[in-house]
Design a protein around this ligand. Structure first.
Ligand code: FES
Ligand SMILES: [Fe+2]
Length: 372
């Protein structure tokens, strides 16, 4: 983040903290419970917000070294990211040209990809290098490459397209609008920590909503997050992305300092939400990605929580921060999302988004526009 931006954001955070206020929307918004409970709405979302839209899926740092791979599930598509020996990034459908088995799972480093089923062997650029019993097959090896998916890598983030409707150009430009801001984070210099996968009995938007307001800090996170972070948020939006920041309680110290002595980064936590709703949470020690996607029913989602550590920070400290965030998310946030799903399905009563929940209003308006 450039210094001028950091100074301006810290000023706004200090102001909101001093007045115990937060950035607001113009009015209250109501949401129908169909938003979370309707199977037709879910089907439209799968098409209009996932199959037809570029998806930010990983940090570059998770697949930084030549020869590394990362297997992911993105909606119904098993995806394999590979980094070739010359540093070029590839994305494939993780499915062998012989009979469809997955070439790899999890992450790691390999010179070549060997299918565990019958041993067909692929180069990291997807070409079939060899197969046992080659003479038994009439189809030439050149026609048995892995199926590529459009992929782009910018600002330390990997974006792919899984549906046929997503072009390489769309994937390449998906983050351009917020590019200068993301570039300032230098995420490509971070180091990988881990990724967790969670199965959640709540709509993917209820999970995403958790990272779009700080109104819940003082109640739900009274004994965890709220001990170090204040809920006095600042909010900024691009046409399809957003930035949400809230301060560490220690930000008060800046009030006593001349601005020339202020830091070049936000004294707090900053969450970028990238269309169609992927969180990149940046703090002093590292960054986390939260990506929720719809599963088979409106009340079921799959969630990934991935973490990377800043290059200039103590790795162990960053790992502890990643674990702390993940434990709070899994132990405090997600159980409430599951409760909300059950409650909304039973009550069928409209939800209320207050003026103090402006980002929820922004994102629900975007999601609704996409499916209408
Ligand atoms: S399915 Fe991969 S070698 Fe047979
Ligand atoms: Fe939370």
């Amino acid at each position: 983040m450039d210094r001028e931006t950091a100074l301006a954001l810290n000023r706004r955070l200090l102001n909101n903290l001093a007045s115990d206020s937060t950035d607001t929307a113009a009015g209250e918004m109501r949401l129908s419970t169909e938003t979370y409970c309707c199977p037709h709405r879910l089907a439209r979302e799968r098409e209009q917000l996932f199959a037809r839209v570029p998806q930010p899926v990983a940090f570059s740092a998770e697949i930084a070294a030549p020869g590394s791979f990362l297997a992911l599930d993105v909606l119904d598509t098993p995806v394999l990211l590979t980094r070739g020996s010359s540093g070029d990034l590839h994305a494939f459908i993780n499915s062998c040209a012989h009979r469809g088995a997955a070439l790899a799972s999890g992450s790691g480093q390999r010179g070549r990809l060997v299918c565990p089923f019958h041993g067909w062997t692929y180069d990291l650029d997807g070409r079939l290098a060899s197969r046992p019993g080659d003479a038994y097959f009439a189809t030439p090896r050149e026609e048995c490459s892995l199926q590529p998916l459009p992929v782009s890598e910018k600002y330390g983030l990997v974006v792919i397209g899984t549906g046929a409707a997503v072009s390489a150009g769309q994937v390449d430009t998906a983050l351009d609008e917020i590019g200068p801001e993301l570039a300032g984070l230098a995420l490509h210099t971070y180091r990988p920590i881990a990724r967790r996968q969670l199965d959640v009995q709540a709509n993917w938007k209820l999970v995403t909503d958790l990272s779009l307001e700080s109104y819940h800090f003082r109640s739900l996170h009274r004994d965890s997050v709220a001990r170090v972070l204040a809920p006095n948020a600042i909010v900024d939006t691009w046409s399809r992305h957003s930035r949400w920041a809230f301060p560490l309680t220690t930000i008060q110290r800046l009030g006593d300092l001349d601005e020339s002595l202020w830091p070049d980064s936000i004294e707090g936590s900053c969450t970028y939400t990238l269309y169609p709703g992927v969180m990149v949470i940046v703090n002093a020690l590292g960054a986390q990605m939260i990506r929720a996607e719809p599963a088979d029913t409106p009340g079921h989602s799959r969630v990934v929580y991935a973490g990377v550590a800043r290059g200039d920070c103590d790795f162990e400290e960053a790992r502890q921060a990643y674990d702390f965030g993940g434990d709070v998310f899994a132990g405090e946030d997600l159980p409430v999302a599951e409760q909300c799903q059950r409650g909304l399905a039973a009550s069928r009563r409209d939800l209320l988004l207050g003026r103090n929940e402006p980002l929820l209003q922004f994102w629900h308006a975007l999601w609704r526009a996409a499916v209408e």
